[in-house]
Write a protein that binds this ligand. Structure first.
Ligand code: CP3
Length: 332
């Protein structure tokens, strides 16, 4: 029995599935070793053999229930024609967004560029034990736009686009994201997680158009294809409740600012995932880390809950800390 799917889809609350966002990444020495030899990050994501090996690195170390395919949400803007580079300590850098070129993007070219990702999913699914889940993912349209038009460095840039243009970009992105999800699923992914990491900066009046609606369209597409979904609209606070009502995903990842007791009482008919603050894993002693882990496990004891964090593992986290958390949960 695949425990994570049983929890997510059948809402079985008696199992305790575990995985971590960013479980494959810079905090692992074996990842850093590969990364050092592969300076071009996008190229690394598109190296099916290495991407599959990296995906399985945390599975070899810890007793986890799921692997998440090694890729990046920015692989989609890349496949839609933008250059994407990662400069050390500076985060992602994308070449200038070209609206005309973007709107002309064709599905066949897009899917051809992403073919190595599907190949790495296929490879990984073959190597992964049957009872473990393979998670695929995408960035939600708003979060992709955040990087595509560089809202961080140029917040004024957003104002250059009319609401109408933004909606056209969102709709086009939604179509391509559904294609990407479908291909990932067809090649062996069991679940898709939709990361809306920057939903928290959307103003209240725009939340419906820029966050709820596009997430809902993607979830509805997935439901039609029987693809299980987990949404992560990070930073929207009490609006998580509205999100669940409107979007109706199978699972919802809460961020570290969401009070878990509030979540338990307000987020219904959904499998809850995550929540624990990743900063605790580096700033606290082992006793506090175990105490916080157990706080989440106890609060969500009688409802379907997938253990995870409230955001990705930070680069300076010790692998031994992850191991201790996993062992603690397994001992329940
Ligand atoms: O282990 C996994 O979770 C799978 C792989 C994965 C990566 N990125 C690899 C990665 C996943 C699921 C992502 C998702 C992702 N990427 C998100 C959503 C989750 C979140 O953190 O909010 C976002 C916003 C991105 C965009 C992105 N990619 C940023 C902002 C950065 C640079 C800063 C950072 O957090 O690392 C990346 C680079 C990136 N993606 C790395 C990895 C392992 C580090 C690349 C390096 O080695 O330099």
């Amino acid at each position: 029995m695949n425990e994570m799917l049983d929890c997510l889809m059948n809402k079985n609350s008696s199992c305790n599935p575990i995985w971590f966002m960013r479980q494959a990444g810079r905090y692992l020495p074996e990842f850093r070793k590969i990364r050092k030899k592969n300076q071009d990050f996008i190229k690394l994501c598109l190296n099916s053999n290495l991407a599959s090996d990296i995906t399985l690195q945390p599975i070899k170390r810890y007793d986890l229930d799921a692997a998440i395919i090694f890729s990046d949400i920015l692989i989609v803007p890349y496949a839609l024609g933008q250059k994407v580079t990662f400069v050390k300590n500076k985060g992602p850098m994308l070449s200038e967004f070209n609206m005309k070129k973007f709107l002309k993007s064709k599905p066949d070219i897009f899917l051809k560029k992403l073919k190595p990702i599907y190949k790495s999913i296929k490879k990984t699914r073959k190597k992964l034990e049957k009872n473990k889940t393979l998670i695929s993912f995408v960035g939600a349209p708003w979060t992709l736009i955040y990087y595509m038009i560089d809202i961080k460095k140029r917040p004024e840039h957003l104002k250059k686009f009319s609401k109408y243009d933004l909606e056209r970009i969102i709709n086009k992105l939604t179509q391509f994201l559904c294609l990407h999800i479908n291909q990932q699923f067809k090649n062996g992914a069991d679940v898709v997680q939709i990361f809306d990491s920057w939903a928290g900066i959307i103003s209240k009046k725009d939340l419906n158009r820029f966050c709820f609606e596009p997430n809902k369209k993607i979830v509805q597409f997935c439901r039609k294809k029987q693809i299980p979904t987990i949404c992560f609209p990070k930073g929207i606070g009490k609006n998580y409740k509205k999100f669940i009502k409107k979007v109706k995903p199978d699972g919802i990842n809460i961020d570290y600012k969401v009070n878990p007791i509030w979540a338990k009482n307000n987020l219904k008919n959904v499998c809850i995932q995550g929540g624990l603050d990743p900063k605790i894993l580096i700033n606290s002693n082992q006793k506090k880390i175990i105490k916080e882990t157990m706080r989440y496990m106890k609060i969500f004891k009688n409802i379907p809950y997938i253990f995870n964090l409230g955001h990705g593992i930070l680069p300076n986290t010790k692998p031994s800390t992850i191991e201790k958390i996993v062992k603690q949960i397994r001992s329940i």
